[in-house]
Unconditional design. Structure first.
Length: 273
Protein backbone atom coordinates (compact mmCIF):
# COMPACT_ATOMS: atom_id res chain seq x y z
CA UNK A 1 0.00 0.00 0.00
CA UNK A 2 2.82 2.38 0.82
CA UNK A 3 4.49 1.78 -2.56
CA UNK A 4 1.27 2.57 -4.38
CA UNK A 5 1.02 5.92 -2.59
CA UNK A 6 4.63 6.73 -3.42
CA UNK A 7 4.02 6.02 -7.11
CA UNK A 8 0.69 7.85 -7.16
CA UNK A 9 2.02 11.16 -5.80
CA UNK A 10 4.67 11.75 -8.52
CA UNK A 11 2.12 10.81 -11.21
CA UNK A 12 -0.36 13.31 -9.77
CA UNK A 13 2.28 16.05 -9.69
CA UNK A 14 3.29 15.40 -13.31
CA UNK A 15 -0.36 15.58 -14.41
CA UNK A 16 -0.87 18.85 -12.54
CA UNK A 17 2.33 20.29 -14.00
CA UNK A 18 1.32 19.34 -17.54
CA UNK A 19 -2.13 20.88 -17.06
CA UNK A 20 -0.58 24.07 -15.71
CA UNK A 21 1.79 24.27 -18.68
CA UNK A 22 -1.09 24.01 -21.17
CA UNK A 23 -3.07 26.66 -19.30
CA UNK A 24 -0.12 29.01 -19.27
CA UNK A 25 0.42 28.52 -23.02
CA UNK A 26 -3.22 29.39 -23.70
CA UNK A 27 -2.86 32.61 -21.73
CA UNK A 28 0.50 33.57 -23.19
CA UNK A 29 0.43 36.97 -24.87
CA UNK A 30 4.13 37.04 -25.81
CA UNK A 31 5.50 34.59 -28.40
CA UNK A 32 9.21 35.34 -28.57
CA UNK A 33 10.16 32.73 -31.16
CA UNK A 34 13.21 34.73 -32.28
CA UNK A 35 14.50 35.16 -28.68
CA UNK A 36 14.63 38.95 -28.93
CA UNK A 37 13.47 39.73 -25.38
CA UNK A 38 15.18 39.20 -22.06
CA UNK A 39 13.39 37.20 -19.36
CA UNK A 40 12.55 40.41 -17.53
CA UNK A 41 11.15 42.02 -20.67
CA UNK A 42 8.98 38.97 -21.36
CA UNK A 43 7.39 39.21 -17.92
CA UNK A 44 6.82 42.96 -18.19
CA UNK A 45 5.35 42.74 -21.69
CA UNK A 46 3.15 39.80 -20.71
CA UNK A 47 1.71 41.64 -17.70
CA UNK A 48 1.13 44.86 -19.63
CA UNK A 49 -0.53 43.07 -22.55
CA UNK A 50 -2.91 41.22 -20.21
CA UNK A 51 -3.79 44.43 -18.35
CA UNK A 52 -4.54 46.36 -21.54
CA UNK A 53 -6.49 43.43 -22.98
CA UNK A 54 -8.86 43.45 -20.01
CA UNK A 55 -9.03 47.24 -19.91
CA UNK A 56 -10.08 47.65 -23.54
CA UNK A 57 -11.76 44.24 -24.02
CA UNK A 58 -9.52 43.16 -26.87
CA UNK A 59 -6.84 40.57 -27.51
CA UNK A 60 -3.25 41.81 -27.62
CA UNK A 61 -0.52 39.49 -28.87
CA UNK A 62 3.20 40.09 -29.35
CA UNK A 63 5.06 37.83 -31.76
CA UNK A 64 8.65 37.61 -32.93
CA UNK A 65 9.96 35.20 -35.55
CA UNK A 66 13.12 34.45 -37.48
CA UNK A 67 11.31 32.12 -39.87
CA UNK A 68 8.32 33.54 -41.71
CA UNK A 69 7.80 30.27 -43.61
CA UNK A 70 8.17 32.04 -46.94
CA UNK A 71 5.30 34.42 -46.20
CA UNK A 72 5.20 38.18 -46.10
CA UNK A 73 5.06 39.82 -42.70
CA UNK A 74 1.41 40.68 -43.23
CA UNK A 75 0.42 37.12 -44.21
CA UNK A 76 2.44 35.61 -41.38
CA UNK A 77 0.76 37.88 -38.82
CA UNK A 78 -2.70 37.13 -40.24
CA UNK A 79 -2.14 33.37 -40.32
CA UNK A 80 -0.62 33.33 -36.85
CA UNK A 81 -3.61 35.21 -35.45
CA UNK A 82 -6.20 32.97 -37.13
CA UNK A 83 -4.38 29.68 -36.53
CA UNK A 84 -4.16 30.30 -32.78
CA UNK A 85 -7.79 31.46 -32.65
CA UNK A 86 -6.98 34.77 -31.00
CA UNK A 87 -9.76 37.13 -29.97
CA UNK A 88 -11.57 38.44 -26.92
CA UNK A 89 -14.40 36.44 -25.32
CA UNK A 90 -15.86 34.82 -28.40
CA UNK A 91 -14.96 37.61 -30.81
CA UNK A 92 -11.96 38.08 -33.09
CA UNK A 93 -11.34 41.61 -31.76
CA UNK A 94 -7.65 42.14 -31.28
CA UNK A 95 -4.25 43.33 -32.44
CA UNK A 96 -0.92 41.61 -33.09
CA UNK A 97 2.50 43.24 -33.05
CA UNK A 98 4.97 41.26 -35.16
CA UNK A 99 8.73 41.68 -35.34
CA UNK A 100 9.71 39.63 -38.38
CA UNK A 101 13.48 39.11 -38.40
CA UNK A 102 13.26 36.95 -41.52
CA UNK A 103 11.80 39.73 -43.68
CA UNK A 104 13.31 42.44 -41.47
CA UNK A 105 9.92 44.06 -41.10
CA UNK A 106 7.65 45.16 -38.26
CA UNK A 107 3.91 44.72 -38.77
CA UNK A 108 0.81 45.80 -36.85
CA UNK A 109 -2.18 43.54 -37.58
CA UNK A 110 -5.71 44.45 -36.45
CA UNK A 111 -8.93 42.44 -36.53
CA UNK A 112 -12.65 43.26 -36.54
CA UNK A 113 -13.71 45.99 -34.07
CA UNK A 114 -10.12 47.12 -33.46
CA UNK A 115 -9.65 48.01 -37.14
CA UNK A 116 -11.75 51.15 -36.61
CA UNK A 117 -9.36 52.45 -33.93
CA UNK A 118 -6.26 52.12 -36.14
CA UNK A 119 -6.69 53.80 -39.56
CA UNK A 120 -3.64 54.09 -41.79
CA UNK A 121 -2.57 57.45 -40.39
CA UNK A 122 -2.59 56.09 -36.82
CA UNK A 123 -0.63 52.98 -37.79
CA UNK A 124 1.99 55.15 -39.49
CA UNK A 125 2.39 57.29 -36.39
CA UNK A 126 2.96 54.21 -34.24
CA UNK A 127 5.49 52.85 -36.74
CA UNK A 128 7.30 56.19 -36.61
CA UNK A 129 7.53 55.77 -32.83
CA UNK A 130 8.76 52.16 -32.72
CA UNK A 131 11.08 52.32 -35.76
CA UNK A 132 14.12 53.98 -34.10
CA UNK A 133 14.21 51.27 -31.42
CA UNK A 134 14.20 48.53 -34.04
CA UNK A 135 17.13 50.03 -35.93
CA UNK A 136 19.05 50.07 -32.64
CA UNK A 137 18.05 46.44 -31.94
CA UNK A 138 16.17 47.53 -28.81
CA UNK A 139 13.29 45.17 -29.54
CA UNK A 140 11.88 45.20 -26.04
CA UNK A 141 11.75 48.99 -26.01
CA UNK A 142 10.02 49.04 -29.38
CA UNK A 143 7.30 46.73 -28.04
CA UNK A 144 6.85 48.87 -24.94
CA UNK A 145 6.46 51.92 -27.19
CA UNK A 146 3.84 50.03 -29.19
CA UNK A 147 1.84 49.14 -26.07
CA UNK A 148 2.05 52.73 -24.86
CA UNK A 149 0.71 54.05 -28.18
CA UNK A 150 -1.97 51.37 -28.17
CA UNK A 151 -3.22 52.51 -24.76
CA UNK A 152 -3.34 56.14 -25.94
CA UNK A 153 -5.12 55.27 -29.19
CA UNK A 154 -7.78 53.11 -27.53
CA UNK A 155 -8.38 55.72 -24.82
CA UNK A 156 -9.00 58.43 -27.42
CA UNK A 157 -11.66 56.35 -29.16
CA UNK A 158 -12.54 55.76 -32.80
CA UNK A 159 -11.42 58.61 -35.10
CA UNK A 160 -14.37 60.43 -36.66
CA UNK A 161 -12.72 61.80 -39.81
CA UNK A 162 -9.77 63.68 -41.29
CA UNK A 163 -8.67 66.74 -39.36
CA UNK A 164 -6.91 69.85 -40.60
CA UNK A 165 -3.57 68.53 -39.39
CA UNK A 166 -3.83 65.49 -41.64
CA UNK A 167 -4.68 63.19 -38.78
CA UNK A 168 -8.04 62.15 -37.42
CA UNK A 169 -10.30 64.20 -35.20
CA UNK A 170 -11.48 62.42 -32.06
CA UNK A 171 -15.00 62.71 -30.75
CA UNK A 172 -15.28 65.65 -28.36
CA UNK A 173 -18.03 65.71 -25.77
CA UNK A 174 -17.39 69.42 -25.13
CA UNK A 175 -18.74 70.49 -28.53
CA UNK A 176 -21.05 73.47 -28.03
CA UNK A 177 -24.60 73.42 -29.38
CA UNK A 178 -27.17 76.29 -29.70
CA UNK A 179 -29.00 76.94 -26.44
CA UNK A 180 -32.78 76.57 -26.11
CA UNK A 181 -33.12 80.36 -25.88
CA UNK A 182 -31.38 81.02 -29.19
CA UNK A 183 -33.38 78.25 -30.83
CA UNK A 184 -36.63 79.86 -29.62
CA UNK A 185 -35.65 83.24 -31.00
CA UNK A 186 -34.76 81.71 -34.35
CA UNK A 187 -38.14 79.95 -34.53
CA UNK A 188 -39.93 83.20 -33.66
CA UNK A 189 -38.15 85.06 -36.46
CA UNK A 190 -39.01 82.33 -38.95
CA UNK A 191 -42.71 82.52 -38.00
CA UNK A 192 -42.71 86.32 -38.46
CA UNK A 193 -41.13 86.02 -41.92
CA UNK A 194 -43.63 83.31 -42.84
CA UNK A 195 -46.60 85.48 -41.75
CA UNK A 196 -45.27 88.46 -43.74
CA UNK A 197 -44.88 86.30 -46.84
CA UNK A 198 -48.47 85.03 -46.54
CA UNK A 199 -49.80 88.58 -46.07
CA UNK A 200 -47.98 89.88 -49.14
CA UNK A 201 -49.29 86.96 -51.17
CA UNK A 202 -52.93 87.52 -50.09
CA UNK A 203 -52.77 91.24 -50.86
CA UNK A 204 -51.26 90.64 -54.30
CA UNK A 205 -53.90 88.08 -55.24
CA UNK A 206 -56.69 90.36 -53.99
CA UNK A 207 -55.47 93.32 -56.06
CA UNK A 208 -55.18 91.19 -59.17
CA UNK A 209 -58.68 89.75 -58.70
CA UNK A 210 -60.21 93.22 -58.19
CA UNK A 211 -58.77 94.67 -61.42
CA UNK A 212 -59.66 91.62 -63.51
CA UNK A 213 -63.28 91.48 -62.30
CA UNK A 214 -66.01 92.49 -64.89
CA UNK A 215 -69.40 91.46 -66.27
CA UNK A 216 -69.31 88.06 -67.85
CA UNK A 217 -71.17 87.73 -71.17
CA UNK A 218 -70.10 84.18 -71.85
CA UNK A 219 -72.58 81.37 -71.13
CA UNK A 220 -72.77 77.68 -71.79
CA UNK A 221 -74.61 78.38 -75.07
CA UNK A 222 -71.89 80.70 -76.39
CA UNK A 223 -69.85 77.80 -77.78
CA UNK A 224 -72.79 75.47 -78.48
CA UNK A 225 -74.62 75.47 -81.83
CA UNK A 226 -78.33 74.92 -81.44
CA UNK A 227 -79.54 71.38 -82.26
CA UNK A 228 -76.00 70.32 -83.17
CA UNK A 229 -76.23 67.00 -81.34
CA UNK A 230 -78.69 64.69 -79.66
CA UNK A 231 -78.32 62.42 -76.65
CA UNK A 232 -79.27 58.79 -77.05
CA UNK A 233 -80.13 56.69 -74.04
CA UNK A 234 -77.56 53.99 -73.46
CA UNK A 235 -77.51 51.23 -70.85
CA UNK A 236 -74.60 49.03 -69.85
CA UNK A 237 -75.17 45.52 -68.60
CA UNK A 238 -72.61 43.66 -66.51
CA UNK A 239 -72.33 39.92 -66.74
CA UNK A 240 -70.75 38.01 -63.87
CA UNK A 241 -67.55 36.21 -64.75
CA UNK A 242 -65.83 33.38 -62.97
CA UNK A 243 -62.08 32.71 -63.08
CA UNK A 244 -60.87 29.18 -62.54
CA UNK A 245 -57.28 28.73 -61.32
CA UNK A 246 -55.36 25.52 -61.83
CA UNK A 247 -52.04 24.77 -60.16
CA UNK A 248 -49.36 23.58 -62.56
CA UNK A 249 -47.09 20.96 -61.06
CA UNK A 250 -43.39 21.59 -61.55
CA UNK A 251 -40.41 19.42 -60.98
CA UNK A 252 -38.82 20.24 -57.61
CA UNK A 253 -35.15 20.98 -57.33
CA UNK A 254 -33.59 19.31 -54.30
CA UNK A 255 -30.20 20.92 -54.74
CA UNK A 256 -28.78 22.68 -51.67
CA UNK A 257 -28.20 26.43 -51.56
CA UNK A 258 -24.80 28.05 -51.24
CA UNK A 259 -23.73 30.00 -48.17
CA UNK A 260 -21.00 32.54 -47.61
CA UNK A 261 -19.04 32.81 -44.43
CA UNK A 262 -16.95 35.94 -44.08
CA UNK A 263 -13.57 35.89 -42.36
CA UNK A 264 -14.00 39.21 -40.60
CA UNK A 265 -12.29 42.54 -41.19
CA UNK A 266 -8.57 43.04 -40.92
CA UNK A 267 -6.23 45.97 -41.23
CA UNK A 268 -2.84 47.28 -40.24
CA UNK A 269 0.47 48.16 -41.80
CA UNK A 270 4.18 47.50 -41.63
CA UNK A 271 7.64 48.88 -42.33
CA UNK A 272 11.04 47.43 -43.07
CA UNK A 273 13.98 48.07 -40.75
Amino acid sequence: MVKKKVLFIPFFLLTLLAFGTVTFADNDHVFDQASLFSDTEKVELQEQAIQLSEQFQMDIRIVTTDDSEGKSARDYASDFYDTHGFGYEGTADGILYLIDMDNREVYIFTRDRIVDYFPDVTVEKILDHVYPYLTEEAYGESTKAFLSDLETTMSEGIPEGPSSSGGYAQSDSSTSYPSSTSQGELLKELLIYFAIAIGVGVISVGVMAMYNRGPSTTTAHTYLESNSFTVTNKMDRHYNTRVTQQKIQRNSNNGGGSSFSGGGRSGGGGRGF
